[in-house]
Design a protein around this ligand. Structure first.
Ligand code: HAM
Length: 425
C-alpha cells in the first residue's frame, strides 16, 4: 500500500463528532433507563481469555469458529478481542464473588466488540454494543423487564415500527429430545440443505433453523418445532413471559425458527428490529435471551440469568436515515469573535475564555488575520452577533458588537461584554 494511502482496517470505521454525539445521547438515555431499573454500569476488559468465548459463546458457533480475533501474547496467554460482552460480565461476576449479593445482580455496559465478519450494511468488524444483564433470578418477569428495557429505550430514540420476535428454545431437560427429532428430520433432507447447513446439521442442528438460504427455508417449514417439545417448566416460563409482555402492551411475534447464533441460551430468546426497508437490510437492532447455564459453565455457582445487547452503529444508521430529510439544525453559536492585530488577539483570547465561563457559545477565528475573512465566516455560520476587536478597541479596552442581520454596531467596554451579550441572547 502506498505510504500516503493508509486506510482503517476493513470493516472498522473512524467515528466523528456527529456519530459520537449520537452515541453519547444513546448512552445518556440508556443510563436513565438503567438507573430506573437498578442496573449498575460495568466495564470489562476488551481482551479476555479465549476460553470464556469457546466455552460460553460456544465452540461450534460462527462467532468462535470463524470470527474471533485471537492471538498469543508474549507471555503465552491466548487472548481474544471480545466478540460480545456477556461472557466477560459473567466472568467478572464469578471472579468478584458476586453470588452473595442481593439478587438479581444487574449490569449494563457500552463498549466495542470485534467480529471478523464479511462487512456489509450494519455489519462491521468493530462495533459497539450496549447491553443489560440480570444475574441470579429465574422468574419470567426478568425476561420481560429485559425486553422492556430495550423496547422502551428504542422507542425513546424515536423508533416507531419495532418488531419483537420471541421464542423459547427449551433447557437441558427438553432440548435434547428436540435436537434428536430435528437431527433425524434433517438427516432425511441432507442432500437438499445448503453447504453450510450440511455441516451445521451434524455439529449444531438448531442453527439450521436460523438459515436464510432459500433451500433451507423450504426444509425448515416442515421441521419439528421446539415449542411442541418443551417440558412443563419451560412451557410455563414461556407462557408467563408472554403474559407479562401482553400486560406491558409490547407487541411480539412468536417465531419458532428464532434460535440465535450463540450457544449459551436457554428458554427465552428474542430479537428486536425496525420494520422498515433500512431495518431489514441491517438485521436486528437488539437481541438476547436467558442463559441459565453460563455462570456455572464459566466456573461459578448454578445461577439463572437473562440479558441482551443492542448494536449502536445499527441504531445510529437508522436514526441518520430518518433525520436525513429534516431541515438543517439552527446554528449552535450565536456569537462570532473577530480580532485584528497581535494585541487584539491577546485580548480576544482572554475574552473567549470569559465567554466560555459564562456559558455563551462562541465561534472564533483567532488564528486568522483578515477581518473580512472572519466576518465572511461569521456570515456563513449565521450567527446573530460578531464581536470585533481591532487595534484601537484593544488599546481602549473596548469591543464592537455588530448585529449581523443589519450591520448595526455598538461599542461596549470589554469588562461589560459578557453582561451585554447575556442580555441579548
Ligand atoms: P448478538 O445478537 O450477537 O448478541 O449481538 C447483539 C447486537 O449487536 C445485534 O442485535 C446487533 O445489533 C449488534 N451486532 C452484532 N454483530 C454486529 C456486527 N458485526 N456489526 C454491527 N452490529 C452488530 C450478543 O452479542 C449477546 N451477547 C447478547 C446478549 C446479552 N444475550 C444475553 N445477554
Amino acid at each position: 500500500m502506498a505510504k500516503n494511502n493508509y486506510q482503517a482496517p476493513t470493516g472498522m470505521h473512524d467515528l466523528f463528532q456527529g456519530e459520537l454525539d449520537q452515541m453519547a445521547r444513546i448512552e445518556q438515555m440508556a443510563k436513565r433507563v438503567a438507573d430506573f431499573y437498578g442496573f449498575e454500569k460495568i466495564a470489562t476488559p476488551i481482551l479476555e481469555f479465549s476460553e470464556i468465548f469457546e466455552k460460553g459463546t460456544g465452540a461450534f458457533t460462527d462467532i468462535v469458529e470463524k470470527e474471533m480475533y485471537t492471538f498469543k501474547t508474549k507471555g503465552g496467554d491466548i487472548l481474544t478481542l471480545r466478540p460480545e460482552i456477556t461472557p466477560g460480565v459473567v466472568r467478572a461476576y464469578n471472579q468478584h464473588g458476586m453470588q452473595n449479593l442481593p439478587k438479581p445482580v444487574r449490569f449494563w455496559y457500552l463498549g466495542p466488540c470485534f467480529r471478523h465478519e464479511r462487512p456489509q450494511a450494519g455489519r462491521y468488524r468493530q462495533f459497539n454494543q450496549l447491553g443489560f444483564e440480570s444475574l441470579g433470578a429465574e422468574h419470567p418477569i426478568i425476561d420481560a423487564i429485559t425486553i422492556l428495557v430495550f423496547y422502551s429505550l428504542l422507542k425513546s430514540l424515536g423508533f416507531k415500527k419495532l418488531a419483537v420476535q420471541i421464542n423459547c428454545i427449551g433447557d437441558s431437560q427438553c432440548r435434547g429430545g428436540f435436537k434428536k427429532a430435528l437431527s433425524s428430520y434433517l438427516r432425511s433432507k441432507t442432500s437438499s440443505l445448503c453447504v453450510q447447513c450440511r455441516v451445521r446439521q451434524k455439529k449444531n442442528p438448531l442453527r439450521v433453523l436460523d438459515c436464510k438460504e432459500e433451500k433451507c427455508e423450504a426444509i425448515k417449514k416442515n421441521a419439528p418445532q421446539i415449542l411442541d417439545h418443551l417440558c412443563k417448566d419451560c412451557s410455563d416460563h414461556f407462557k408467563g413471559l408472554l403474559e407479562f409482555l401482553e400486560e406491558l402492551e409490547i407487541p411480539y411475534n412468536v417465531n419458532p425458527y428464532l434460535v440465535r447464533g450463540l450457544d449459551y441460551y436457554t428458554r427465552t430468546v428474542f430479537e428486536i428490529s425496525e420494520d422498515t426497508e433500512d431495518g431489514k437490510a441491517q438485521g436486528s437492532l437488539a437481541g438476547g435471551g436467558r442463559y441459565d447455564g453460563l455462570v456455572k459453565l464459566l466456573g461459578g455457582k448454578d445461577t439463572p440469568a437473562c440479558g441482551g445487547a443492542m448494536g449502536i452503529e445499527r441504531v445510529i444508521n437508522l436514526i441518520k436515515a430518518r433525520t436525513k430529510e429534516q431541515p438543517p439544525k439552527e446554528p449552535t453559536c450565536e456569537v462570532y469573535l473577530t480580532q485584528v492585530g497581535e494585541l487584539a488577539k491577546r485580548k480576544a483570547l482572554k475574552l473567549f475564555e470569559q465567554l466560555r465561563q459564562a456559558n455563551i457559545k462562541v465561534a472564533e477565528g483567532l488564528h486568522k488575520e483578515s477581518l473580512s475573512a472572519q466576518l465572511k465566516q461569521a456570515d456563513k455560520m449565521k450567527v446573530k452577533y460578531s464581536i470585533i476587536i481591532g487595534q484601537k478597541e484593544a488599546l481602549d479596552k473596548q469591543v464592537i458588537i455588530r448585529e449581523m442581520k443589519n450591520g448595526r454596531q455598538k461599542i461596549v467596554d470589554m469588562d461589560k461584554v459578557v453582561r451585554e451579550l447575556k442580555g441579548k441572547i
